[in-house]
Design a protein around this ligand. Sequence first.
Ligand code: NDP
Length: 291
Amino acid sequence: MDIIDGNRVAADIIAELKAEVATIAGRRPCLALVRVGDDPASVSYVRKKEQTAAEIGVEGRVFLPPVSITQQEIFALIDQLNADPAVDGILVQSPLPAHLDELAVFRRVSPEKDVDGFHTVNLGKVAQEDPTGFVACTPAGIMELLRRSGVDLKGKHVVVLGRSLIVGKPVALLALQKRAGANGTVTVCHSATRDLPAITRLADVLIAAIGRPEFVTAEMVKPGAVVIDVGINRVPDPTRKTGYRLTGDVAFASVAPLCSRITPVPGGVGPMTVAMLMSNTIKARRLRDKS
Ligand code: NDP
């Protein structure tokens, strides 16, 4: 069994991106990071994105509107960033407070600056296999992690657990694409799926993105499968200084011995998400040079 080291793969990509940024003439790529409120996970994600941007030479501009911001006010902020010629990419950290319509906010971002890949146009481009758009960072990171780990999905049965717009649906579409590395036979499962273990046991590659700690147990996995654990769940743990530990959607200790490859949590898919965000921001900067 191999543990896929997302930290190492992401570090390789970050080093490549740093070298690429150094070749860009003129203005540095610029990423606007919008975080509403103080959700602790969002605070740490945005901090990490800001740090990585700084590390590779991307300018990060952080906007911290108060949790009381209205829909119209956040639209106005997005409109201002859309119109700013010095901003290449815009990221609005999810989740937004419940009083805001998150999907409407994602759609407000100009598709050319939508480095999170959540806009209708960019998700549509994934479905149409049009490479000019932006692919959502976590799904893109999963595909890149598989590619760099030598896992070819061609002809394999890929089972995706979860159908969110952020992970499940786009990664299913990517695995299905008729191109090198992809070309899988894809099944998507969700909360209404009957006899889930019978389906997951058919997976050559199992991608778990449901947000339930250690949900995938050894009985649900075919021996020899590749398991990608997307889940990031905070579980109370009084022995830690923080009071919690991070765990994935897969019961790692019992599942890992069965697999041919598996990603850990933390240190699997998570670091790839940030690397792909940087890659999308550099792509946005280059596309704006051409437009
Ligand atoms: P969502 O809550 O948006 O979606 C969860 C999906 O799982 C839904 O489709 C839901 O089904 C399905 N589901 C929930 N419970 C079950 C169940 N018991 N059986 C079968 N299906 C179920 O989550 P996200 O996609 O946003 O995130 C999933 C996980 O990935 C979370 O832990 C999140 O923290 C993590 N994540 C990690 C990232 C990273 O960088 N590594 C980035 C983004 C997310 P239904 O549609 O029917 O409700």
